[in-house]
Design a binder for this molecule. Sequence first.
Ligand code: ATP
Ligand code: MG
Length: 487
Amino acid sequence: MRHLDRAELTQLLDSPVFHLIGDVADEMGVDAYVVGGYVRDLFLERPSKDIDVVVIGSGIAVAEAVARRMGRGAHVSVFRNFGTAQVHWRGEEVEFVGARKESYSHDSRKPIVEDGTLEDDQQRRDFTINAMAVCLNRERFGELVDPFDGVWDMEDRLIATPLDPDVTFSDDPLRMMRCIRFATQLNFEIETETWEALHRNRERIRIISQERIIDEIQKFMASDAPSRGWELLFQCGLLEIIFPELYALQGIETMYGRAHKDNFWHTLEVLTNVVRALAADDRERADNGLWLRWAALLHDVGKPKTKRYDPAQGWTFHNHNYVGEKMVPQIFRRMKLPMDERMKYVQKLVSLHMRPIVIADEEVTDSAVRRLLFEAGDDIDDLMLLCEADITSKNQQRKQRFLDNFQLVRRKLVDLEERDRIRNFQPPVSGEEIMERFHLPPCREVGTLKTAVKDAILDGVIPNEYEAALAFVIEKAKKMGLEVGRG
Ligand code: ATP
Ligand code: MG
């Protein structure tokens, strides 16, 4: 963090938009402050998009006057029932609000709102580091108002509430999610009393909508160390409430002295490995690997339901990948994650996540690798990245053997891709052609022939070429007793 005195703050805020707000506030005889995340990010040297301004008086009136002064090109949107207004100008977005005092009832996060002082307004904010204000009026431009010592907490890298944390969290339980999100994003610790209050108030999270919860989760999932967010959720007892399927992965059972690994901590390790691999990977990704991170988080989610103890094999999780695949849409629906191709992608990776390992563990045959390539299609690279991240064995020898075999799988993938072009492959003889040649209506035989050609190519019986495929189909059709037409 950077220490900023008034002169430095004045300099950092030396832009037309802040001076204009200050001048308009002076003329209207009210005080105006830039507040919250924008101020915090100046100290933390983080980029900040939106500017929040609090006015001791009517935020809407100041916003309208500011927009008038900016002239053409400024656009103001007023939200009367919230007492806020947004001004868009030269690519900047400023949100104005009047200072408020809030009181809450138990069963809702919608407060009763009255006009208040600056300090009232700062008190109702979530954390000390988000409660700092810098004055914009000309006489006091650049003056920091920090009654809860947010600067100290930034110095100590602490998340703490301005008031009694039980009050702050109980008033608006979404703040518990924000607490964990900020601790994760900023790599801050949670102050002890704040942490204890998280635990005490965890049940209150139930009054928060899933949309808001997932918003905070997505913010820490996209950060540099998302596993820490899940770990904090687990430790404070929120995970059990908001994500029982993930919580169920935790724990170790022992039978006749044989224990299985703790799949929750394993999952977090895999997620961390994926984030590390993504950082080293130079492929351009629109979503920053967010959905690959989700695939890592969910790859073993089917394990609790499939756990068995077998005297001969020890602990087994047979078909946990398929059970996991079935759970993905249910989890996405409940968590209010998108039910579209992003969900399908996560589902596919969860379903296939064992395959490269199994191949690497046995003999790496062309046929097995071709089939893998066929099923994974364009997601093959992400699948391989996930699988490599999944190797968390503490046994160095075992780990090395896996990694070596993995290199072999990767080399074969490249080989076969060049030779056979299997990725996104369509069998060279189409269903239409089969129907035409054998005078068949759409029927089971067509499907059988199509599958046979596909299998023959994937198994390396014939090359991925039209002539060979056609000869194969004709041969196969004869065996099935079908009459070959001229075609
Ligand atoms: P970021 O924009 O990086 O997510 P931020 O701190 O700017 O972080 P916003 O959601 O933009 O977060 O909110 C702006 C400010 O409004 C916060 O800094 C905080 O002072 C206040 N705030 C937002 N949500 C809450 C809340 N649920 N309870 C109390 N104060 C809040
Ligand atoms: Mg913000």
